[in-house]
Design a protein around this ligand. Sequence first.
Ligand SMILES: [Zn+2]
Length: 146
Amino acid sequence: MALREIRILGDELLRKKSREVTEINDKIRETLSDMQETMLKNDGVGIAAPQIGILKRMIVVMKTEKEILKLINPEIVEMSGEAVDYEGCLSVKKKSVKVKRPTKIKVRAQDEYGNKLEFVAEDFFARVICHEVDHLEGILIVDKEV
Ligand SMILES: [Zn+2]
């Protein structure tokens, strides 16, 4: 595992759309481990691959202190509810932004071994996933400030 440098607002790469992961291999798993380490070291609750300069559809999200999910090709297939709350971002230093998010989402993804996952996330955890999936589209919280 290795710590990676986090790209900061203003970096053009953060604005690009990430590509689907078509082959899940050791390199992908290593990248996910690096993402996890970098997230934890920076006290984040989520991180997306573009934040470490990789334009691939991968995110790491903290469900609880003890449960961290590594998601490949995540898709939000259903959403409901609406809530506005403050969010921070490892790429947007020292700024919290109010963002509107759904309160409940259904997510489809693959794990780091290619197994298909489908689950429902609510409230804060749903917010974290929506935030990270936005990164894969080149969207940052500053675009969504309400
Ligand atoms: Zn972010």
